[in-house]
Ligand binder design. Structure first.
Ligand code: IMP
Ligand code: MG
Length: 168
């Protein structure tokens, strides 16, 4: 195990408190969860966000090859809500190469979002290939393949209530 449930949920609650303070001027906020992995984290985080907000979901993945620029993100489920003139907070499970969020942020800004900030449960900066800055992160972790709390290995283990490491 890498991060147990108690440690994880305590940190998520802390993030919620911090976001409640720091995003006061960004209300009403649109919180966007990235499916499938970000769903558990977003529901848990939402409980400690004391802000005027709506929640929506997207399914997106990057066509990862080399360093990509904007527009190379494949969106299989777009937002139901209109982002024009809205402050957006994207909730993600893990930032790895950074490609997905790099493209997605750009996409949402082009669609007219006023601002796009990112909160991620886990961050693996060692794997970054694009200059992606994440405003809020729960835990910075080393370069290991992890599962649980929404994260999968071949679609399994998303239901684990903690973060575990896949042994090679
Ligand atoms: P990237 O930042 O565009 O490379 O993509 C991040 C996505 O890759 C995450 O949202 C996950 O779906 C997936 N991913 C990256 N690292 C891991 C891991 O350690 N375990 C499970 N999924 C991962
Ligand atoms: Mg993901």
């Amino acid at each position: 195990m890498m991060i147990d449930q108690e440690t994880l949920e305590k940190r998520i609650a802390e993030l919620g408190k911090q976001l409640t303070e720091e995003l006061k001027d960004e209300q009403p906020l649109l919180v966007v969860g990235l499916l499938k992995g970000g769903a558990q984290f977003m529901s848990q985080l939402g409980k400690s966000l004391d802000l005027d907000l709506s929640m929506d979901y997207m399914v997106a993945s990057s066509y990862g090859s080399g360093t990509v620029s904007s527009g190379e993100v494949k969106i299989t489920k777009d937002l139901d809500e209109d982002v024009r003139g809205r402050h957006v907070l994207i909730a993600e499970d893990i930032v790895d190469t950074g490609r997905t969020l790099y493209c997605l942020k750009d996409y949402l800004l082009k669609k007219g979002a006023l601002s796009v900030k990112i909160v991620t449960m886990l961050d693996k900066p060692a794997r970054r290939v694009v200059p992606m800055e994440v405003e809020y992160s729960g835990f910075v972790i080393e370069d290991k393949f992890v599962v649980g709390y929404g994260l999968d290995f071949d679609q399994k283990y998303r239901n684990l209530p903690y973060i575990g490491v896949v042994e090679e």
